[in-house]
Design a protein around this ligand. Sequence first.
Ligand SMILES: Nc1ncnc2c1ncn2[C@@H]1O[C@H](COP(=O)(O)OP(=O)(O)OP(=O)(O)O)[C@@H](O)[C@H]1O
Length: 339
Amino acid sequence: MNDEILEVKNLHVNFHTQNGVVKAVRGVDFTLNKGETLAIVGESGSGKSVTAKAIMRLLPKQNARITSGKVNYEKNDLLEMPLKKIQQIRGSQISMVFQDPMTALNPTMKIGRQIIEGLKKHQNLSSKEAKIKAINMLKLVGIPNAEDRLDSYPHQYSGGMRQRVVIAMALACNPKILIADEPTTALDVTIQAQILELMKDLQAKTGTSIIIITHDLGVVANMADRVAVMYAGEIVEMGSVDEIFYNPQHPYTLGLLQSMPKLHENRNKPLIPIPGSPPDLASIGTGCPFAPRCPYTMKVCHYFPPVKKEILDGHSVSCWLQDNRTPKELQPIGIGGTI
Ligand SMILES: Nc1ncnc2c1ncn2[C@@H]1O[C@H](COP(=O)(O)OP(=O)(O)OP(=O)(O)O)[C@@H](O)[C@H]1O
């Protein structure tokens, strides 16, 4: 049996905006197991970051509302926890790394002091112990001359080095969960590969569970054990990385796979973009949100939401094509592992 560390159940998040209520996350369910890496993929605006921020209770107070759902972590619902307790959990048990390392770093404070203060706060270490641990963490993430670099300010590090420092800070307290939101998007390809390797190495050493948010299927292939595909605030397909890559069942997943270059594939093979754009989440209808863009739409798709169906152990999909009443001949080529 899998050892579950986090369970997100029926999460709904709305934003109150001038254009109405934006339903950014609409009934998200998933679990995260100990030591695994779960990738959340999807186009821009699909609700990946909002899901992560809801888990960490980092949504803006002014206009964000979690209207329902549970986030169970070690038998407690994070959404019901007093803010003070959440603040203790953040950074010590669940850490987050964002795309821009400067969101986590204070530009006016030396790197060493930032790491040392975090360690003292969360791990009750003396200044001396925290300094030794900070040096070791910097060495672990491959910062040369770690001891001297403690005295540098963030702007004296390169972008890739800054992200390494942020990962070092995020992992310094051996968190049980690391949520990495597009951690390598801002970096060039070589540095990107190094950072992903670093995260994998550290995970192998510490057993941390990782949720990685990305729109890059290369990152997914490199990192993930399981994948959740998000579209318009919902998880439309979920499965092991092999199932998602070699046996995609949702036309949106298929579209994503066909629209992105893959490693080890003939570079001359044409990429097919998904036509159209995601729906306006302030005026979303009742049917399948992908219906207007889906090449396999049936009438029912426009009026009724598809029901989630488990098609294989751990592989689930929300699509009318999976309904028993849908004739098999309507199944598109490519669905069922033939792309
Ligand atoms: N503070 C906010 N106020 C209003 N709407 C917001 C806010 N933050 C996010 N949204 C909306 O919520 C939806 C989901 O956004 P989210 O950032 O989760 O997307 P994403 O999948 O992470 O995309 P990206 O890859 O671009 O970060 C979008 O429609 C976005 O406009």
